[in-house]
Write a protein that binds this ligand. Structure first.
Ligand SMILES: Cc1ncc(COP(=O)(O)O)c(C=O)c1O
Length: 385
């Protein structure tokens, strides 16, 4: 793979690139500026050349590729019948909340967090309950006492867990997850565990699937996963929901049918198989490249832009930037860098009030582009002084 290739993405209907006018470097939206594994391209070509893109269904090989991946990467056994489908993680979360809540219920999130969760909760007329993460000494931790208090409320019905956590990059430990599971089980609160970044972990780190952290949690939780982030195939719109509870799974599948969402994209099954069966080596190379990019960025901020403190991520290709010392906040902070640096970040305030002084930066791009971006950030910060 040539990770240094700057592949043109403008005029390809890319969300990330089409929302960034000329000259702007988009460092927002969590997809990557890298070409996918050749095995996935081959599978797509074969499908394209077949020339018929009719209604599509799943096959044994598709299920086996998912089961094999989770066994190999996380040593987790999956029963095939748990595996259900969603065109994306967010549609899956929306449908699950429709099934697990009633209007007025409390749904807990750990702010700052991936902001579409908030709209998913509001869509159901539920109340967003914020179990704020504690920011201390450049890292984030869970506040378990507060979680317990919120979970014990009679209206608390679901916790949406982000594991690994977007945007703060924490890879929750087995002990932390087991405690979350314990609290939610005690108070009869479901956990929707969004694990879609679980493959993007840095050297020496390990993602712990929620099901492996507590013996009783499977029947009271759902894992959301996908090849989307791992293999840069979000546009194939093929996501996986693991629902061990038979009762919930049946209701979920009925919902999928009701909304006509039960069939995958014509390219999604082949893409998923090619990713999980044949592209692990690509992921290993990607992780090394991302680690180099991350080290470069962390070092650059420390040496040249001390006003911005990057939070060291343990996972994800996203870096959460503490811009407190820049002296601008909220939407103004986002707009300042858009105008002065011509960099489009994800605005921190969207992740919750506790993100007001932050920006989120996507480092999954060729080094050359990252170097231009860092220089522009440096110059923009110097202009504020
Ligand atoms: C934690 C998390 N969940 C869900 C999504 C969106 O997933 P999808 O596009 O499959 O709905 C993202 C995308 O960035 C994400 O970071």
């Amino acid at each position: 793979m040539n990770w240094n290739d700057c592949i043109e993405r403008t005029h390809t209907h890319s969300v990330k690139w089409s929302t960034a006018p000329d000259e702007i470097i988009p460092m927002c939206i969590a997809d990557m500026d890298f070409q996918v594994a050749p095995e996935i391209i081959e599978a797509m070509k074969k499908k394209a050349e077949h020339g018929i893109y009719g209604y599509t269904t799943f096959c044994q090989r598709y299920y086996r590729s998912i089961i094999g991946w989770w066994k190999k990467r996380f040593d987790m056994e999956i029963d095939q019948k748990w595996i259900s489908f969603s065109p994306g993680i967010i549609p899956g979360i929306n449908l699950l909340l429709e099934l697990l809540t009633k209007p007025g219920d409390h749904v807990i999130v750990q702010e700052p967090v991936y902001y579409p969760f908030y709209s998913s909760i509001e869509n159901q007329d539920c109340q967003i309950v914020r179990n704020l993460l504690v920011y201390n000494n450049g890292t984030y931790e869970m506040d378990f006492n507060d979680l317990e208090e919120k979970a014990s409320h009679p209206k608390a019905s679901v916790l949406i867990l982000c594991s690994p956590h977007n945007p703060v990059g924490r890879l929750w430990t087995e002990a932390e997850l087991s405690r979350v599971a314990e609290i939610c089980l005690k108070h009869n609160v479901w956990i929707i565990s969004d694990e879609m970044h679980g493959d993007l972990v840095y050297k020496g780190k390990r993602h712990h699937p929620l099901f492996c952290t507590h013996p009783n949690i499977k029947e009271k939780s759902v894992i959301c996963a996908a090849p989307s982030k791992t293999f840069n195939v979000a546009g194939l719109q093929t996501s996986i929901l693991m629902i061990p509870s038979e009762e919930l799974r049946c209701r979920y599948e009925t919902k999928l049918f009701q909304y006509g969402l039960m069939r995958p994209n014509a390219f999604g099954v082949e893409g998923t198989i090619a990713a999980y069966e044949s592209s692990e080596y690509w992921l290993e190379e990607l992780l090394l490249y991302l680690e180099d990019n991350l080290n470069y960025v962390m070092d650059y901020f420390q040496k040249n832009i001390p006003e911005i403190i990057p939070i060291q991520p343990e996972a994800t290709h996203l870096v959460w930037l503490d811009c407190t010392q820049v002296g601008i906040q909220g939407e103004d902070l986002f707009r300042y860098f858009l105008k002065e640096a011509k960099i489009k970040f994800d605005p921190g305030y969207k992740f919750g009030k506790s993100g007001d002084l932050f920006l989120r930066m996507n480092i999954a791009c060729p080094r050359e582009r990252l170097e231009v971006a860092m220089k522009r950030i440096y110059e923009a910060v110097n202009k504020v002084k």
